[in-house]
Structure formats: C-alpha cells, structure tokens
Design a binder for this molecule. Sequence first.
Ligand code: 9MR
Length: 364
Amino acid sequence: MLRTFTCLFFAATATFAADSLRQATPWASGVGLSDRIADHPEDWPLLMKHFAYVTPENCMKPAATQPSAGVWRLEGPDRFVEFARSKDLKVVGHCLVWAKDDRTPAWFYQDGAKPASKEVLLARMKEHIDKMVGRYRGRIATWDVVNEALADGGGYLRDSGWTRACGEEFIAKAFEYAHAADPDALLIYNDYNNELDGKREQMLKLLASLRARGAPVHAVGLQGHYEIDRIPYEALEKTLIALREAKLKVVVSELDIDVIPRGRWWADNGSHHEEMSKINPYANGCPPEILARQAEQYAKLFKLFQKYPDVIARVSFWNLHDGQSWLNKFPWQRVNYPLLFDRQGQPKPAFTAVMKELTTPTSK
Ligand code: 9MR
C-alpha cells in the first residue's frame, strides 16, 4: 500500500515537473511579453504554466515612457504591472537607460541648440529613474538599469550621447539613482554578445570599475539572442565562471535561437541587406531536421546552465511563442521559429529536449 502510494506520488511529481518549465528549472523562469498581454487571455494559460517572471517587451523603455521632456506615457506600463499582479507574476522592469543613440529620445541629449551638459543629462536621467522606479516600488523587484552600453567590435564603451557628455560615469549614476529610488530592487546590467571573447573583457572591466565606484550592480544580463549552429557554448561557460568569481549573479535575459542565420546582415557595411531581405526559407513551415537541430542545441545550452545553478538566477525567453518573436521582423521580415512553443502555443521538439535535460537526473 505504502509502496503504491509512493510510486504514485513520484509519478505525479515527475509528470508535473516534466510538463512545466517553471516547475522544472532551478532558477526563475521568465519571458518577454507583448505589452498588450492583458488583452490576450488566449496567451495566459501557456504563460502561467511555464513562467513566473515577465518582462514588458517595449512599453517601459525610455522612448515609450517619456518620448519628450516631461511627457509621460505610463498607461501601458501600469496595465502591464497590474496584469502581472493579478496573475501573481513578477515583473522585470526594462529598461531605465538604453545606451544607444537610436534608442534614447533625442531630447535627452539636447539643451536648446547645444548638446546637454553632463549635469543636465544626469539630472534628466535621475528624474526619469526616480519616476519609473518610484512609481513601481514594491511592485517591480528587478530592473534592467542600463542596457547595451558596451561597444561592438572592440574598444570599451559604445559611443553615444551618454558617453560623449558623461564618459562612463552615467552608468554608475544610473545604478546609484535606481538604488536610491528602491533600495530593495535587484539591479541588472544587461547586454548582448557580452559572453563573447573580447566583449567579455570589456564587460569585466566595466563591472570592476563600477564596483570600485561603489555602484550597486547586483547581476549581469546575458541577453542570449543566439543563432542555430553558432551558439558560443565555450565563451558562455568562461563568462559564467568569470562572473561567479566576480560574485555576481547572471540572468539569461532574452533567450532565443534564430533558425535563419542573420550575422551577415551586419557584415561589410550592410551591403548584403538587399539580397538577405529576400531570404525566407521556412515560410511554409520549419523542416523537422531544423527543429531537431534546434532542440539539440537548446538542450546543450540548458545542460550548461545546469552546471551553474549558484550563478544563474533566471532564464527568460524573448517572447512567448514563435508567432510573437521579434525575429519574424528583425533584421528583416521572415517566418521564424526561435522559441520553445509554436504558433499555436504547442510545445516544439526544443521544449521536449529542454524538459528532458532538466528532469533527467543523470544528465546533471
Ligand atoms: O523585441 C523588441 C522589439 O519589439 C523592439 O522593436 C526593439 C526596439 O525597441 O526592441 C526589441 O527588444 C530588444 C530589447 O529591448 C533589448 N535587447 C534586444 C531586444 C531585441 O532587439
């Protein structure tokens, strides 16, 4: 009798865990979501079954929240936060400063006809951060404070209105202001390709410098926008080890695996754009062998993550299912399949492979 009960108990536990990502991961399970999630009840069951943390895809960005000086658009973020509260989901605020000129509303940098001074720019940044972090204090426990400040292709920081006026000080200040506005919030530095050799060293230099200034950085976001057959497992592992040594937590903040390689889009001064914008190989469905390869590569990624449960605090996907992925539109229009769930919200081979990896004790 007891044995039967025990078996049933374990069978039930295993079935439940093998079925739900948020039950199976040793870290928090998250997802970036369309800002209109509150209007889409058809997405709620999938969302709540697998994810505990939600990041609004666009509505909390500076360009959306304060498009011109003192003009605030907070209905979208308010609805998002209220929706999350009603479903008992935790919100990742994204993002307070996006250190790219095309992502920062131009007014931030201008003071009449001349460029804003460091003092003016920092005062504007403080006002923005105070408003956002203060408004959601107690309701948003995690913030992407600074996004994408590291330069691509070597060097150190990305050139932007922020660095031109403030050097690297704006990054430390952003963290100080966010911490002052909510001392309980977990504060993240978020970037892409920061696990790669080269950009990793730039990041470690930045983190050391922030630490020396006493800036309250609690975790690093590795966005994890990968491409099939080009997942940088080794570099990623080196980065996880380096961040463990630096005593920083890691969040994989925007995970996906594009099945249509896109790297060449940025090569050779953009001269391949015209040719590439015609590439749409899977418009009528993704071949099973591609989905199988993607599944294998996702599983290998999760196998690696599982070696670092003390480092990885959260893994968030960027979008709920293939039909909602930003990669259907960026950098050109195509039908893409980067996530664990298909356009009907059904589990793909990648989901099965990841769950198998997470629930098979021998693979750890
Ligand atoms: O997925 C987002 C897309 O809908 C927006 O048009 C774009 C510009 O705001 O940002 C995308 O999300 C980005 C995220 O905010 C930061 N990391 C890279 C993400 C993909 O570009």
